[in-house]
Design a protein around this ligand. Sequence first.
Ligand code: PHB
Length: 405
Amino acid sequence: MKEGNFRSGGRRKFLQDAAVLGSAAALGALAPAIVRAQAQKVKVGLMLPYSGTYAQLGIAIENGFRMAIEESGGKIAGREIEYVKLDDESNPAKATDNANKLVTGDKVDVLVGTVHSGVQAGIIKIVRETGVLHISPNAGLNAMTTTLCAPNMFRTSFANGQVGYPMGKVLAERRVKNAVTLTWKYAAGEESVNGFKDAFAKGGGKIVRDLTLPFPNVEFQSLLTEIASLKPDAVYVFFAGGGAAKFLRDYQAAGLKGKIPLYGAGFLTDGVLEVPGVAAAAEGIETTLHYGEGIETAKNQAFRLSYAKTYKLQPDVYAVQGYDAAVLLAAGLKAVKGDVANTKGMIAAMEKAEIDSPRGRWRMSKAHNPVQDLYLRKVVGTENKVIGVAAKALDYPPASLCKMA
Ligand code: PHB
């Protein structure tokens, strides 16, 4: 992307212009404009799913984001935050129009979103074209932080392959011989499965069959029948939200639980264990993820307490990612003393930020994706208990695939 695309004019540009004019009077006349700009609210566009199978994920992200802002008194660098919310329905067909509405129509200062990788592809198109500052608090589309990376785009979550890879590594180390994979047929599921297969194959594991169904279909019956007849040593799945809850119950109801070991990207069991019948169906299942409820740090314990008190809900990985998105934005805004038009200054600070997250401390890769530990977790009751680190400080797919313009 060309530098000219950034909205980096703002205050610095004005000072340069004023210097060119060479007139102290010009400076004096324009100074109140700066004061006015600083007093204005920072407009944050929240483009998230508030309906459909990922609705709870969108809500958790918004909750986490708002909680971090409230922890600093509702203001960052002296500026209040104004939210413009948009339900993207996890619908890729509407994604570019929706992103455009927020960026060009509402003129948001920063676009925060989304959950679904197909919708993310539409957001990427618009934020690359306009240069608006962007933070993804979930969607793991690998390309965002590899071939399509850009200076104005950041992610506080993960890349899809980054979560699948460690699960493949764990099963390969255990000498599991073969596996069936199953997911929704779209970028997130496919990239998650490919990450799993990459590590599993390196350790000698074989794939018996790759099964898919369209997003957000939850008619799992015929696929479960097929798994029962294939009798693999393991099943690896990517499902999340409402679909994950239904899948876990169906797997148990089909009589497969305890017979054919089920593994997954941690989204399978995150944020769903409170849903009636799900904890029992998920008991003992192991997954990999960059978060787990039981992380024993003061930061995580304080975060969990505060979230439960504020929202009367247990936080999950999505709440953590939303929280970190606000912490990252705050690091950028503080560095430019609230001058949100100074995109370049914000980017420089966000690239350097070390995020003190409930998941543990992490930093951005050169591609603007978290370099982070991936935990091995096991469901015990209503908790994803952390039982080990499956991969330390994992940068996958590698940031070297990103060539920043
Ligand atoms: C995605 O589409 O990138 C996605 C959705 C839900 C998740 C994880 C990834 O839990």
